[in-house]
Design a protein around this ligand. Structure first.
Ligand code: ZN
Length: 267
């Protein structure tokens, strides 16, 4: 029954043309009592409809919200940053970032080692990478470089914090790895381990440090909820402006390189 109504109303909305050019879904919500409208990141419109709302009322509601929809969809699509894509192609020079510094990536034929070594030449920092034949391997090799260097940096930077946060006697282990698309860091109670997401290391050190300290404070196991008042108080004591950093991270995070390599002809 409910899905029939949903279909009927969706079809009526479609015919009305009010939302032409928009991406939307109409959802019947059995527990709702009033009509609702949300814009998801990227501009998708969700119309929440209580079970007893007549179709003409739904259409009127959306008609009345037309201006609001237009403004807010524009806002949410303007903020939509897309992850960076690297070429990693022969002869193509491009910059990659580590702790906010740019490195000119150079595929080096002479190098046979599987390591990537940064060096300075003519005022430019180069990141020499062995010219691995398989194109997909190049991306993976760069990612392992971030993981290795990131782990090293985080372990060094954590040392003074472990003392300050009184974790030194029972220090958590610290690792950099791939944490998927939703997290910059995680503290795993089981194993007493802090894990950081490798793309983070493209950002300036104050942002990486914010994530590191965020997780180290979870590792102190403050009472209360994970991001509750106790955790927040310890966070503010450690980094007074952490909320600004969180905001900056949210703004800059979505456009980082997360492993995408442009398709190219392999021979
Ligand atoms: Zn957290």
């Amino acid at each position: 029954m409910t899905s029939d109504l949903q279909r009927t109303q969706s079809a009526a909305l479609q015919r009305s043309g009010i939302l032409d050019g928009y991406d939307w879904t109409l959802q019947l919500r059995t527990r709702r009592r009033s009509l609702g409208l949300t814009i998801k990141p990227g501009g998708h419109i969700v119309i929440a409809v209580p079970p007893d709302a007549p179709t003409d009322k739904v259409l009127k509601f959306i008609e009345a919200k037309r201006h609001w929809i237009k403004t807010n969809v524009a806002k949410s699509t303007a903020n939509k940053a897309t992850p960076r894509v690297l070429s990693l192609a022969d002869g193509k020079e491009e910059d990659v970032f580590f702790l906010g510094n740019a490195y000119r990536l150079r595929l080096n034929t002479a190098s046979t080692s599987t390591s990537i070594d940064p060096r300075m030449f003519g005022g430019i920092q180069y990141l020499n990478m062995p010219r691995i034949r398989a194109h997909g391997e190049r991306g993976r090799s760069l990612i392992s470089w971030y993981q290795r260097e990131g782990t090293r940096w985080a372990q060094d930077r954590a040392a003074p914090w472990l003392d300050r946060l009184r974790l030194s006697r029972n220090a958590p282990s610290i690792q950099t790895r791939d944490l998927g698309t939703r997290r910059w860091g995680v503290y795993r109670r089981k194993g007493h381990r802090v894990e950081l997401h490798w793309p983070l290391f493209q950002l300036p050190d104050h942002l990486v440090e914010y994530v590191l300290v965020h997780e180290l404070i979870h590792a102190t196991r403050p009472p209360g909820k994970p991001h509750g008042p106790e955790w927040q108080a310890r966070m503010t004591e450690a980094i007074p402006y952490w909320r600004l950093m969180k905001k900056e991270l949210n703004q800059r995070g979505p456009s980082l390189w997360i492993g995408h390599v442009a398709p190219h002809d392999e021979n």
